[in-house]
Design a protein around this ligand. Structure first.
Ligand code: M6R
Length: 605
């Protein structure tokens, strides 16, 4: 999820572009660049900060009044000068910046190369500049329209050409783009903060719309070439609110981004008919002959590892272990060249996880990384990488990166099963495609209720318990970590069947218990454990999936998540638990995005 800016107007474009890019820095990025038409196309890029980009203009600023700019968060190809945007066509007359993922870029690239186009980067974006070049017949807008007809995926694009020194073309599909309206000038941006120094009036593009922006006017067309009236908005957010898209905290914004993040995680990997496309990322020799799998991680990523271990154990005959990296490093483990070590890390920089995979690698294991950060140390040291594509995660508490890790592990489990057994559970993959919409419906349906419960009950508690059985236990562990981490309320996750072996002694009237009930084969057992809790007047908030059951004897409150494959339920139950932690923390007045004593990336042992 990169940042886009574009400018056409009365003044030289470089300053408004740099100003806009600076406003997008908070999102995180690894490289940046701008292109200005003056009258030839001038491209400036850097693998580094906006300040480094700015330094390229110390000897003079091009005077062109049309340009585009970009901050890149790498998805395809390492962070590098070559992979930084803008990307040009062969003649270097057309420049493109892009946010999103072009799923069919490899096919398109092969076709274009066969036609003689020369590529200079590893990005998916570059196919767009060559497609626009291919279809250009004197009208830039028409060429962009013809190019996007070839694309599968999500995109916000801004395109300029030295042949059209007063025209900026913008288009969006599943990736936001707004046009700020000034006095004889327009500024285009992927995010509202980049507009605020210029204007408070903006036009929002809808999916499939193409905008032809000149100094004098903006004309918007739909995919059939029909002219459209853009939707005008008045922006009342202050700059700090705008960075968070109006949410009070990055954590809340990131919780709400999960439907989009999971769509991005699935993009290009799972076709609409449930067909898996992972061979590019996970070469066959990575899996060939493996007998053992070690899933290694810390914190939230370790809870994803528990999930992955459960899925792999359930669907293969491999010996599978989820391992805490800080323990794995120093204990005696059986690891050799038949071991696949799967390291899971949002940042890809966690010292313990890196230490653990170095140990596994030295003993001959093959390393697969699941990470959110392209070019991170973990990604570079692994034999293969599966990127989560969740977009930058700014809040310390991991939310969208976690569910994207679960999504990757679901895909991976099916892929390993296919590789080892020649078949996989098609229902799991079919249901995975439904998860983004189901997440959106949960967020819409449950937020107010969860807010009330968390604000009144969890925020006032000193001890809480999270219960689950089977796969629900891994989810319960993640739920309790979130609450401790940001609300500073003590929480403990337990296999529900273990209560009676000791912890039941702590259950007394009013103690809040969050219980998970999504695993049909364990439901009766779980409900009988909850009866033990209710007999001690513990207060149960149950997150369940089966709407037909009667929970009146076992829970004080019931929140139903939409029905899905039981193996995918953790992708849904995570959301109400994230909201519970968030609203308990805000009710207690905490700085949610920066919890005490914690850092986003733990690069020390
Ligand atoms: O970047 P990583 O995924 O390797 O980080 C691992 C943990 O430090 C991290 O998940 C931590 O537990 C989160 N703050 C939890 O929300």
């Amino acid at each position: 999820m990169c940042g886009i800016v574009g400018y056409v107007g009365r003044t030289t474009a470089v300053q408004p572009l740099l100003k806009g890019l600076k406003k997008l820095e908070y999102r995180g990025y690894d490289s940046a660049g701008i292109a200005v038409v003056e009258p030839h196309l001038q491209v400036y890029k850097t693998q580094g900060r906006i300040a480094d980009l700015e330094a390229l203009f110390t000897k003079g600023v091009p005077q062109g009044t049309l340009g585009i700019g970009h901050t890149r968060w790498a998805t395809h190809g390492q962070p590098s000068w070559e992979n930084a945007h803008p990307h040009c066509d062969c003649s270097e007359e057309i420049a493109v910046v892009h946010n999103g993922i072009i799923e069919n870029y490899l096919e398109l690239r092969k076709e274009l190369e066969a036609e003689g186009h020369v590529f200079r980067s590893e990005t998916d974006t570059e196919v767009v500049s060559h497609l626009v070049e291919k279809y250009y017949e004197g009208d830039l807008g028409c060429a962009v329209q013809a190019a996007i007809a070839q694309l599968i995926g999500s995109y916000a694009l801004a395109v300029v050409s030295s042949r059209h020194p007063n025209e900026l073309i913008a288009v969006r599909q599943d990736s936001p783009l707004v046009i700020g309206v000034g006095e004889e000038e327009y500024i285009l941006a992927s995010d509202v903060p980049a507009l605020l120094d210029f204007t408070r009036t903006a036009w929002v593009l809808d999916d499939g719309q193409v905008a032809r922006i000149t100094r004098e006017s903006v004309v918007v067309f739909d995919q059939h070439g029909e002219q459209q009236k853009p939707q005008t908005i008045r922006i009342n957010w202050d700059p700090v609110q705008a960075e968070k898209e109006g949410y009070a905290h990055f954590m809340l914004k990131e919780i709400h981004e999960q439907p989009r993040a999971i769509r991005q995680t699935l993009a290009g990997r799972l076709g609409v008919r449930g067909n898996l496309q992972l061979a590019e990322e996970i070469p066959a020799d990575l899996l060939h002959g493996i007998t053992d799998v070690h899933l290694i991680a810390c914190g939230t990523a370790y809870h994803a590892a528990l999930y992955g271990a459960y899925l792999l154990q359930d669907s293969t005959d491999l010996q599978v272990h989820a391992e805490l990296a800080s323990e794995y490093r120093y204990k005696r483990v059986r690891v050799d060249d038949r071991t696949l070590a799967i390291a899971i890390s949002q940042s890809g920089e966690t010292a313990d996880t890196l230490g653990a995979i170095r140990k596994a690698k030295a003993a001959g294991a093959r390393i697969l990384a699941i990470t959110n950060v392209v070019g991170s140390t973990l990604a570079r040291e692994a034999d293969a990488v599966m990127y989560t594509h969740a977009g930058p995660e700014i809040a310390v508490a991991s939310t969208k990166a976690y569910t994207a890790q679960l999504c990757c592990l679901g895909l991976l489990a099916a892929y390993v099963q296919l590789h080892l057994r020649g078949a996989y559970d098609p229902e799991l993959l079919r249901q995975l495609l439904e998860i983004p919409d189901q997440m959106a419906s949960i967020l819409q349906a449950c937020e107010e209720r969860v807010k009330e419960y968390a604000g009144q009950r969890l925020a006032a508690a000193s001890d809480t318990f999270y219960l689950g059985r089977g796969l629900d236990l891994a989810s319960a562990m993640e739920g309790q970590l979130k609450l401790k981490e940001i609300a500073y309320v003590h929480a403990e996750a337990l296999p529900a069947g273990e209560l009676k072996h000791g912890t039941l002694a702590l259950i007394e009237p009013g103690v809040p218990i969050v219980a998970l009930a999504t695993q049909p084969h364990l439901l009766d057992k779980l409900l009988s454990n909850l009866r033990e809790v209710k007999a001690r007047n513990g207060e149960v908030f149950l997150i369940a999936m089966d709407g037909e059951r009667d929970y009146s004897q076992t829970a004080d409150e019931v929140l139903l998540v939409p029905p899905t494959h039981p193996m995918l339920a953790p992708l849904l139950t995570a959301l109400p638990m994230q909201l519970m932690a968030y609203y308990a923390a805000t009710a207690r007045g905490h700085d949610v995005d920066k919890p005490r004593n914690l850092a986003k990336s733990v690069t020390v042992e």
